[in-house]
Design a protein around this ligand. Structure first.
Ligand code: CTP
Length: 410
């Protein structure tokens, strides 16, 4: 019997894309049971799903016959995953707060199957604090998200909120199910992973700061992929306009000193720490001016070194095997020699080196050409998306974890 997926469809314009999602899941060998909310049925007719899935669509909790068939009752225990696409702000709120006033929300409460949510809504709704909080609640509960894309929305806005492509959602569902069924469980599942991302800002006075061009995209890609592998992810992010992914815990910091404090605290019991943040190496000596620096002649800034967080983690770990430590080295020119040296002096396991002077690599782009430098040697990877680069980094982390056994609890 083919493994069963519960496909929840809620009332958004993206509901038509779920028809394609049902087909793609079938192509991957799944049996699909569609559950439509009342509002979803205003966008797409149940018959469409019925014809594709060859199963009666579940449309309501109290419809006649709905509780008579064993299949419907068994759905909560039989399904390998529940995917909701599109997931509206309303469904997200119901799931976050445990409401069970229709079949889909009751099914979520009644199942232990993993949940995959593909949200879709208007940009302003997506950014609303109420929605953000509900998403954070569900992320902390272990929900896997396929985040919405950016572009023209049906409501006329341009921005984030459009339902992810069905192929991407199908791939995530497939991965979640395979990991859960034990076959290809990621060794990161259930582990604690700390990821830093973005720049830091060193205040000069109340209005000016020293910063850098990091967007946070590379660290965000690592955090997102670690979530998909089932890790508990604590993301520590510097100030960047790029939206962070849904993670277990998100801490926002501003300066290198704040980053240092947050990382040391978060890393105490971590299995892996990935330092993708571009942490300032220097900060104004003696702290920022209390008042705005008046303009006059030339100004000389006195800077002092910040704490090298990665080196501090390396020193704190001593001879212990964990946490596995990953650093980045943004270089201009040959990155390998310096990355190799950095790996040794900072006592970390893996340095991800990239030459930021190469086109398509480095800041503010979605691609990166990275070279992995660890004890086993040097591996230069081709120019690829930051998502693919993140996956390559975590594949390597999984190999390093295999030779870094967790301490036996006392
Ligand atoms: N890093 C850190 N603490 C700092 C500065 C950097 O933990 N105060 C981390 C970064 O997150 C990154 C790595 O160290 O993982 C970068 O190392 P760094 O020596 O700062 O290299 P670059 O800035 O790339 O280059 P340079 O050696 O030229 O400074």
């Amino acid at each position: 019997m083919a493994p069963l997926i519960g496909l929840g469809v809620s009332g958004g314009i993206g509901a038509y894309k779920s028809v394609e999602l049902a087909r793609l899941l079938q192509k991957r060998g799944y049996d699909v049971q569609a559950i439509m909310t009342r509002h979803a049925r205003r966008f797409v007719g149940p018959l469409t799903f019925e014809a594709i899935t060859r199963r009666p669509v579940i449309t309501g909790q109290f419809a006649p016959g709905m509780n008579a068939t064993i299949e419907h009752i068994a759905l909560a225990t039989d399904m390998q995953a529940l995917v909701v696409a599109p997931a509206t702000a309303n469904v997200i709120a119901k799931f976050a707060h445990g409401l069970g006033d229709d079949f889909l929300s009751a099914l979520y409460l009644a199942t232990r199957a993993p949940l995959v949510l593909a949200p879709a809504m208007n940009t302003v709704m997506w950014e609303h604090p109420a929605v953000r909080e509900n998403l954070a609640t569900l992320a902390a509960r272990g929900t896997t998200f396929v985040e919405p894309g950016e572009g023209y929305l049906a409501c006329g806005w341009v921005g984030k909120g459009r339902l992810a492509e069905p192929a991407e959602i199908a791939e995530v569902v497939d991965r979640v199910v395979r990991e859960r069924s034990g076959g290809t469980t990621s060794s990161l599942a259930g582990l604690s992973v700390v990821v830093t991302a973005g720049p830091t800002r060193e205040d000069l006075d109340p209005v000016r700061y020293l910063g850098n061009r990091s967007s946070g995209r590379m660290g965000f890609a690592v955090a997102r992929d670690a979530m998909r592998r089932g890790a508990h992810v604590h993301l520590i992010a510097g100030p960047t306009p790029v939206e962070p992914p849904m993670v277990t815990t998100l801490t926002r910091v501003r300066s290198a000193a704040e980053m240092h404090e947050a990382v040391m605290r978060a890393s105490e019991r971590a299995d892996v720490v990935v330092m993708a943040a571009a942490v300032a190496d220097y900060t104004p000596a003696g702290g920022p001016h209390g008042t705005k620096i008046e303009k006059g002649g030339a100004v000389t800034l006195q800077l002092e070194r910040t704490v090298d967080i990665l080196a501090a983690l390396g020193a704190a770990r001593g001879s212990a095997a964990r946490p596995v430590l990953v650093g980045f080295a943004a270089e201009t020119g040959d990155p390998v020699a310096r990355a190799t040296r950095k790996r040794e002096t900072k006592r970390v396991d893996l340095i991800v080196a990239n030459d930021v002077s190469v086109e398509g690599s480095g800041f503010d782009v979605d691609t990166n050409q990275i070279t992995l430098v660890d004890a086993a040697g040097v591996e230069a990877l081709p120019l690829q998306s930051k998502d693919a680069a993140a996956a390559a980094i975590l594949d390597r982390v999984e190999r390093l974890l295999a030779s870094a056994p967790a301490p036996v609890p006392a």
